[in-house]
Design a protein around this ligand. Structure first.
Ligand code: G3P
Ligand code: CA
Length: 262
């Protein structure tokens, strides 16, 4: 039987709905995504919110760094109209498409979903917070019973980061949580396909897969799974499938699933 490639919705079904909103994640779940990707950042008052950029300027009507704002400040902003107005100017707003989403709320959504949906959670800017991002993340995972795999089943969560130190902190506190080392380029230390100690999954950008297929084979020969981001074009989906990667992270989960015959 052909191996199933996991389809991961990048910031939710973020082509169809504003990224990191409840609407984007509901759509990804409806579309049949196997897992949901999100970026987590700490607010000034210690909440983990799903915002990609360091500042809120691109994806909201506010300004400033997430780390300098409290959750109540973020809750007063509109995180959806920047996208929706562009696509339909007379659109009048819906809180599920405009409100900032906390990690906690996303975990509740997943818990209420009637089928298994995994989470791929990326720690953003973890160095600034000296362990607090990971601490809060693991606290929430524990609260939702997601800090260990169910008996005989796969772990429902993996933690991803461009920071090896962040992944190390996660493994030290929760050794069973799989970690994904994200790569935008191939650093000299990685050339032979070896990842930081203890990391089992490689997370190369699509550009690496396209331009350096030999490196991907080295990762695979070293026994690593490969999760590729952000794969939106049909020819890139095909290339990933041909290379035998384990997961495709995409803004278009429905289209990728249908291309893969699912
Ligand atoms: O899933 C990994 C990918 O999301 C990393 O890049 O910039 O979209 O967070 P970025
Ligand atoms: Ca990300």
């Amino acid at each position: 039987m052909p191996r199933t490639i996991q389809v991961v919705a990048h910031r939710g079904a973020s082509e169809d709905a504003p990224e990191h909103t409840l609407a984007a994640y509901r759509k990804a779940i409806e579309d049949g995504a196997d897992a949901l990707e999100c970026d987590v950042r700490l607010t000034a008052d210690g909440h983990l919110v799903l915002v990609h950029d360091r500042r809120v300027n691109r994806t909201s009507n506010g300004r400033g760094a997430v780390s300098a704002l409290e959750l109540a400040d973020l809750a007063a902003l509109d995180f959806g109209s920047w996208k929706d107005r562009e696509e339909s100017p007379d659109w009048d707003g819906d809180p599920e498409r405009t409100s900032v989403l906390t990690l906690e709320r996303l975990l509740e959504l997943v818990a209420d979903t009637g089928r298994p949906v995994q989470l791929a959670i990326e720690t953003k800017h973890p160095t600034r917070w000296a362990g607090q991002v990971e601490e809060r993340l693991l606290f929430l995972l524990k609260r939702f019973g997601l800090d260990a795999p169910p008996p005989g089943g796969p772990h429902p969560v993996r933690v991803m980061s461009f920071s090896a130190r962040s992944l190390h902190r996660v493994r030290a506190a929760a050794p069973t949580v799989p970690t994904v080392y994200l790569m935008q380029f191939i650093s000299p230390r990685m050339r032979d396909g070896r990842l930081p100690a203890g990391v089992t999954i490689a997370g190369p950008g699509m550009r690496i897969v396209r331009n350096h297929p030999g490196f991907i084979r080295k990762l695979q020969d070293a026994g690593h799974s490969v999760h590729v981001w952000t794969v939106n074009e049909p020819e890139d989906v095909q290339l990933c499938a041909d290379m035998g990667v384990e997961a495709i992270i995409t803004n278009r989960p429905r289209q990728v699933l249908s291309q893969l015959g699912r």
